[in-house]
Design a protein around this ligand. Structure first.
Ligand SMILES: NC(=O)c1ccc[n+]([C@@H]2O[C@H](COP(=O)([O-])OP(=O)(O)OC[C@H]3O[C@@H](n4cnc5c(N)ncnc54)[C@H](OP(=O)(O)O)[C@@H]3O)[C@@H](O)[C@H]2O)c1
Length: 242
């Protein structure tokens, strides 16, 4: 990383078309970073770019396509910061009934997606750049029914901490979100979604669930804090306190 001025730093936000990734792209673009977002299709990239503005650009990148991931980074060229915020199918449910196929699918998407993306990103990533892995709070506390989520996000979290040493002086941090109101819950009926979010908020010390903008602010902190590496930043409204 040659410069500490945002406008001379390029940041790739994987999963930048929606939710936390989109809010992060908007926040960092406003801050002056040269933002590159990815989503699975160019149409999704283009739709998001219309909501980001500035000098943002984008690339199609699907975790399911290892060759396509490499091609996307070849297009991006040298860059300074990587944020992995892509989602995938999640494996919810009581362990006794947890579907092996669902958990395998969750690993195939989020864990192996992060793995493949990180490997492809390393050659063009600045040696004093940063990596932020968006994990998940299920890996940080013990909530029955989330063993599958804990397994996937726990694997990412532990891998990230080891990489903070192995890839140094690149900085590697994990951001661990609790419940954040994003389009990931668009599949729910509006009434059920409102009830779920309000119920969760009432149990949290902060009395509200997270917003994509909360996460964006935290990513900005991790990206521009040269003395922060090997941390897990809990963005969960205090959920892990029980
Ligand atoms: N929301 C929560 O409560 C919550 C809680 C804990 C952890 N998280 C984690 O936080 C991260 C962001 O979640 P979010 O709520 O912001 O989700 P979101 O709004 O659904 O956005 C997901 C993003 O991931 C991309 N994506 C989906 N499948 C992909 C694939 N196969 N390859 C590459 N990109 C793919 C989507 O791109 P397309 O436009 O192509 O769909 C989109 O940009 C995820 O890792 C999620 O597991 C979320």
């Amino acid at each position: 990383m040659k410069s500490t001025k945002p406008d001379q730093q390029k940041i790739v936000i994987v999963g930048g078309s929606s939710g936390m990734g989109l809010a992060t792209a908007q926040r960092l673009s406003r801050e002056g970073y040269r933002v590159v977002i990815t989503a699975r299709t160019q149409a999704r990239v283009d739709a998001a770019l219309g909501q980001i503005g500035g000098a943002a650009s984008g690339q199609a990148l699907d975790y399911a396509d290892r060759a396509g991931i490499a091609a996307a980074f070849a297009q991006v060229g040298a860059f300074d910061h990587l944020v992995l915020a892509g989602a995938g199918p999640a494996a919810w449910g009581a362990f006794a009934e947890l579907s092996r196929d669902a958990l395998r699918e969750a690993f195939d998407s989020k864990f192996w997606g992060y793995f493949d993306t990180l490997q492809a990103a390393l050659p063009p990533l600045a040696d004093r750049g940063s990596i932020t892995l968006v994990g998940g709070a299920a890996a940080r506390f013990t909530l029955p029914g989330t063993a599958g989520l804990a397994a996937v996000n726990g694997a990412i979290e532990r891998m990230g901490l080891t990489l903070a040493k192995e890839l140094a002086p690149r900085r590697v941090n994990v951001l661990s979100p609790g419940l954040v109101d994003t389009p990931a819950y668009d599949w729910m009926a509006p009434e059920a979604r409102r009830g779920m979010l309000e119920g969760a908020a009432a149990k949290l010390p902060v009395q509200r669930v997270g917003t994509p903008e909360d996460i964006a602010e935290a990513v900005l902190f991790l990206v521009r804090s040269p003395y922060v590496t090997g941390t897990v930043l809990d963005m969960d409204g205090g959920a892990r306190l029980g």
